[in-house]
Design a binder for this molecule. Structure first.
Ligand code: URA
Length: 189
């Protein structure tokens, strides 16, 4: 396992897949390095590629705003990153070989942060984290426990921008995440 500095250096110099050829910036991840919650998205979009920061575009702002309303902040409560650290052209889904090349970096981040809660944002993240049998519409909002880590999924915030009807359940899912976080905190006290 690499430490943060080593891992960042590997990622910023990575050319394991073709996404590296067109990146402006590698988007590593951001937040409290000892966060109880880790949000995992799909891959950077244009704003993220430009700035090198995850979830800073329209979808990211929606997510941040909703989490702030629940008093969850990047600085204190969560770490946010993606399956792929470089932007796929035209925001297409990452190809399997791109995701598979990048996931070892994500595993290393997980091992360093040691979150108690993992939240998959959207279908792509859910599939690569939990497995091929999971479906976002059917399985979002449910919890499973693996090796002491609680895992769940909700819609990708970009899906909420496209379809207002998903907003209510998205909000319910985020509240459930906050409840789990509060529960785990109480258990520690
Ligand atoms: N969508 C994602 O999945 N990740 C980001 O960082 C931004 C948009």
């Amino acid at each position: 396992m690499l430490n943060w500095k080593e891992l960042y250096s590997e990622c910023v110099n990575c050319n394991k897949c073709d996404l590296s050829k067109n990146r402006t910036n590698m988007v590593f991840g951001e937040g409290n390095l000892k966060s109880p919650i880790m949000f995992i998205g799909e891959a950077p979009g244009a704003d993220e590629d430009r700035t090198g920061r995850p979830f800073v575009g329209r979808a990211g702002k929606l997510l941040t705003k909703a989490l702030t309303a629940l008093e969850l902040t990047r600085e204190k409560d969560y770490y946010v990153c993606n399956i792929c650290k470089c932007r796929p052209a035209n925001n297409r889904n990452p190809f399997e070989e791109e995701a598979k090349a990048c996931i070892p970096y994500l595993r290393n981040q997980f091992a360093l942060v040691k979150p108690k809660i993992i939240v998959c944002l959207g279908a792509v993240s859910l599939r690569y984290i939990m497995g091929n049998n999971y479906r976002i519409t059917r399985d979002r909002g449910t919890w499973i426990e693996r090796k002491g880590c609680y895992m769940t999924a909700t819609f990708h915030p970009a899906a909420i921008l496209r379809d207002e009807n998903k907003k209510r359940v998205f909000w319910e899912d985020l509240k459930s995440i906050k409840n789990k976080y509060d529960e785990l905190k109480k258990e520690e006290e």
